[in-house]
Design a binder for this molecule. Structure first.
Ligand SMILES: [Zn+2]
Length: 268
């Protein structure tokens, strides 16, 4: 670790305690520097090597241009987008979990920042990731179900998502969440890729699902509105501002776009 920290081409990514990344003021790029302080194994995380160049991350107070991953994620090149989500995942974990979950004592950062060790009870701790399923539901007329959750602003609608509960398979979580939120029955499921979403610590597991019932009954608490959309209906609602879609950095956007372009697994 230490040798890499002092290498000539090493790059250091900085993120605030609020999860905002240092970015270039006028290009969609992360702002990186060479490390110019002494290596501190408790603060400096080795993210990995990209083409033999070491990338480290550190949490810092920043007085430069900063942006959230939601704002800039879709514009970053894929390598920098990966670096940004890993930075967020690992630094969020260190911030929220400094003490041992077994005995409560402070732990030491080890393994370049990817583990913490408790010297008191000899336990090693690793970052935790909470799986959540996200589901694009299509009916037999190739309409897409879009919903608005309580608290979303800007008339935002999206596909439905929810956390996987203890003891559940991803598939079971899909059926349960959709039954709870809109009371629609699902038939066939298609795995549609996943996306780390460490804000603060999720991974989204994407599915396309075919609806076998179309009557919607929203729970009214988590979900305040849900409707079936045709492509032209969605285009019209977007153009008038009646609805808006999630940001392009999200897997939700990717699945909605696959449906809009007719490239989804249930396309007629
Ligand atoms: Zn302990």
């Amino acid at each position: 670790m230490k040798g890499l920290w002092y290498a000539d081409d090493t790059r250091l990514v900085k993120m605030t305690a609020d999860g905002l990344l240092a970015v270039h003021p006028d290009q969609p790029k992360l702002w990186t520097t060479r490390p110019f302080v002494e290596y501190d194994s408790q603060r400096h995380v080795l993210l990995g090597l990209v083409d033999d160049v070491a990338w480290f991350a550190v949490e810092a107070v920043l007085d430069q241009t900063v942006k959230s991953f939601r704002e800039i994620g879709a514009e970053l090149d894929p390598v920098e987008a990966d670096i940004a989500v890993t930075t967020s995942a690992i630094l969020n974990w260190h911030r929220s979990s400094p003490n041992c979950s077994g005995c409560g004592q402070p732990t030491e950062v080890t393994n370049g920042g990817f583990a913490r060790f408790c010297h008191h009870c000899r336990r090693e701790h690793f970052p935790r990731t909470d799986p959540a399923v996200i589901v694009a539901i299509v009916d037999d007329q190739d309409r897409l179900l879009l919903a608005r959750a309580a608290g979303w602003d800007n008339n935002r609608v999206s596909i439905l998502a929810g956390f996987v509960e203890a003891g559940e398979s991803f598939e079971h979580a899909v059926h349960r969440e959709i039954a709870e939120e809109v009371d629609v029955s699902l038939g066939e499921l298609h795995y549609a890729g996943s996306q780390p979403w460490p804000f603060p610590r999720s991974v989204m597991i994407g599915f396309f699902a075919r609806a076998v019932s179309t009557e919607i009954s929203i729970d009214g608490e988590e979900i305040v509105q849900a409707d079936w959309f045709t492509r032209t209906g969605l285009d019209a609602a977007l153009s008038t501002g009646e609805v808006s879609l999630p940001g392009p950095a999200s897997i939700a956007y990717r699945l909605i776009t696959a449906w809009r372009e007719g490239t989804h697994p249930f396309a007629p």
